[in-house]
Design a binder for this molecule. Sequence first.
Ligand code: NI
Length: 239
Amino acid sequence: MEVEDYLKTCKGIILPIGSTEQHGPTGAIGTDALTAEAVARAVGCITGVLVAPTQVFGMAEHHLGFPGTISLTPETLLNVVHDVVLSLAKNGFEKIYVINGHGGNIATVKSAFHKIYSTALNRHLPVASRLRCKLISWFHVLEVFEESKKLYGDKEGQHATPSEISLTLHLEPSLLQKQHSLPDPAPAGPITNAEDFRMRYPDGRMGSHSDLAKSEHGKILLDKAANALAEDLSKFLLE
Ligand code: NI
C-alpha cells in the first residue's frame, strides 16, 4: 500500500543492476552489484525516488574462466530485465532509471528496453505510451570519469579498476584485508570467450592497477556519481 501511495506522486523507480564476477586478486566478486546498489541508494536519498532491489546477476560470460563468477546468458538477462520492468509498469511505474555497475550488461539491457516497449504496447498497458527506460553506468558519468582520470590516469584500465575497488573499500571496510601490491596488469584488449579472456588476462585484470584503490577515493567517487545522477534523474522524470 505504501507503493500505491508513492505512485500517486511519483511514477519513477531506480533499478540497480550489477554482476557477480571475478574482480582480480584484490577485488570482491560482488563489486559491480555493491557499487550499483550504493550509487542507486545515494541517488534515492537525494531525490526521494524509490530504489528497487538490486539485480546482482548480469551478463558475465567472459569471466566464467574464474570460479565464483555467476553469469546469465544475454537472453536470460534480457528476459529478467523485461519481466522486472513490465511488473513495475503493470501497476503504473512509467520512468525506469537503471543504474548499472557492469559494462557487459549495457548491450543486453538496451535491447531489453526495445522488447519492453513492444510488449507494453501489445499488452495494451495503460502506461505504454508514457513508459520510458534509461540506462546509466555510474562509471561513465563525466564527473566520475574525470575524477578517476585525475586519481589514476591510464592506470584505471578496464576491469577491476581502482575506481570501482575504491568504492567497495569505502562501502565494506572488511575488504581492506584483501588489499596488497600487485604486479603490472596485462594490457586491456579484446573480449571474446571465457577461455580467451583467462589467457589474455591471467589474473583477471584488464590494464587496471587495482592496488591504487583507496577507500577515501571511493567516497569522493560515490558522491560525484550520486550528485550527477540525481540531477540527471530529476530531468528524466520531467521528460
Ligand atoms: Ni566491475
